[in-house]
Design a protein around this ligand. Structure first.
Ligand code: PHE
Length: 449
């Protein structure tokens, strides 16, 4: 039975919501730290190549599947391929959403603390060493990180309960462009720091000796993570897109906006990393240590730091609602829960996992599996295994299982197949699934190049 489904009300609403999902901690927190750990410029180039070659086509595919399937990820595959097991992709997506939302909420919780620190002017007169110890003391404590994680998840739940239009759309439209402006201001300050060149060169001068199969997989994982691909977020959002919308231009605009924010974040962070003598591979704390340094070096830094952390919280929120939406839409549509109940159940279950992630830097830092803390395990498994494998299955499904005519219908409607569409189909059938498989198998050691 088809329920009366919520939808996005305008063209800008679609792009804003999908961009809201894509743009988040992935761009500003995860991109710089993963790039820093993977040697810089060479990683960056591979990342860009993956965005263009695999990311944009996959985004278009996910939007098409969702809009044709008219349901949550699981239900969309059930609708498009009844009597088959493809819905398994949907289940993987829900599992992925659980893992990502858990560690994501923990980091978003840190962002809330940093917003508070900005307001009470806690960064004032602190040098790099002080900021490192401030970060470490906070993240390793056992109380506030937990409280903030739950506060953040609670906020996420509130927006999701309100429904798609009224909740998600309203907030993203105004605040994302503002985030863009603030980062550009930060960039201007960062590139004029003494010693900025070294940071820019770290980011933009590829050192190809740094490339390994692990670096390539992490670049792929980061590309999918940043674009919210490979786990059904964009399928779920696609199901709310009006049939009149042109998916191609939406997918391209969202991917470009997301990539631009990541690059601008990199330009704000790496010059400062080198100028203040921070190690580029310092890990998840990188932004939290670097940017407070920059704020201190700029006129109006106090106000900018407040606005920046506020917007970062909002950017995280527009992403976390898209993650929670994957879970809630599944519970509500497949398990027949009311939206409110589905949100409650998700809040509690993700909350437990989120707390474990928040404690992974302190009291639970010794609890490890394969040498990973719970936080690292969720981050690694979701980004570097579930998203690539999920993305590969999605493009494979779209290229080889789904009827070409129905796929075409979503992308160019009744028009005759044009050159662009043919190239796109070629990528979906022959390039994307195999490229992802190669990257993956090579990194896990099942294939050797
Ligand atoms: N893309 C989001 C970000 O960059 C994170 C995300 C990943 C959201 C996967 C949804 C699905 O912050």
């Amino acid at each position: 039975m088809q329920q009366n489904r919520d939808g996005f009300s305008s063209r800008f609403g679609v792009i804003a919501a999908a961009a809201g999902s894509a743009i988040g901690l992935g761009n500003i927190w995860r991109f710089p730290y993963v790039l820093g750990e993977n040697g810089g410029g060479a990683f960056f180039l591979i990342y860009l190549a993956f965005i263009v070659l695999l990311g944009i086509p996959l985004m278009l595919t996910e939007m098409s599947i969702g809009r044709a399937g008219q349901r949550n990820t699981y239900g969309s595959f059930r609708n498009l391929a009844p009597k088959s097991k493809w819905y398994f992709i949907g289940i993987m997506g829900v599992v992925g959403a659980y893992m990502i939302l858990s560690f994501y909420s923990a980091v978003a919780g840190w962002t809330l603390q940093y917003l508070y620190d900005a307001v009470v002017n806690n960064f004032a007169n602190k040098n790099s060493a002080d900021l490192v110890s401030m970060y470490e003391t906070f993240t390793s404590s056992s109380f506030m990180p937990v409280v903030w994680t739950l506060v953040f998840l609670f906020l996420t739940g509130l927006v999701v309960v309100a429904g798609i239009e009224k909740g998600i759309e309203k907030y993203t439209k105004i605040l994302m462009p503002l985030l863009f402006v603030i980062i550009v201001v930060l960039d201007i300050r960062a590139v004029s720091l003494d010693g900025a060149e070294e940071g820019l060169s770290f980011l933009f001068n590829p050192d190809f000796s740094k490339i390994s199969s692990k670096v390539v997989l992490e670049a792929l994982g980061q590309a999918f993570f940043s674009l919210s691909l490979g786990m059904g977020t964009i399928i779920t959002y696609g199901s709310y897109i009006d049939k009149k919308e042109k998916l191609f231009s939406s997918a391209v605009s969202v991917s470009l906006a997301d990539t631009a924010i990541a690059v601008l974040a990199g330009v704000a962070i790496f010059p400062a990393v080198f100028a203040f003598g921070i190690e580029p591979d310092s890990g998840p704390g990188l932004v939290f240590i670097t940017l407070p340094n920059v704020f201190q070096q700029m006129p109006g830094g106090y106000f900018f730091s407040i606005i920046f952390f506020f917007l970062l919280v909002i950017a995280a929120l527009t992403s976390s609602i898209s993650l929670l939406e994957v879970i809630v839409a599944y519970f509500a549509e497949e398990l027949n829960m009311t939206r409110a109940k589905a949100t409650m159940v998700s809040f509690i279950s993700v909350g437990v996992l989120g707390v474990l992630c928040a404690l992974s830097f302190g009291p639970m830092s010794k609890v490890t599996l394969f040498g990973f803390t719970i936080f690292q395990l969720f981050d690694y498994v979701a980004s570097n295994i579930l998203l690539p494998v999920g993305g590969m299955l999605i493009v494979f499904f779209a290229g080889w299982v789904w009827a070409r005519s129905r796929f075409k219908q979503e992308i160019i409607g009744e028009s005759k197949e044009n050159g662009l569409f043919k190239i796109f189909m070629f990528i979906i059938k022959f390039v994307a699934p195999f490229a992802i498989a190669l990257v993956f198998l090579n990194a896990v050691g099942l294939l050797k190049f």
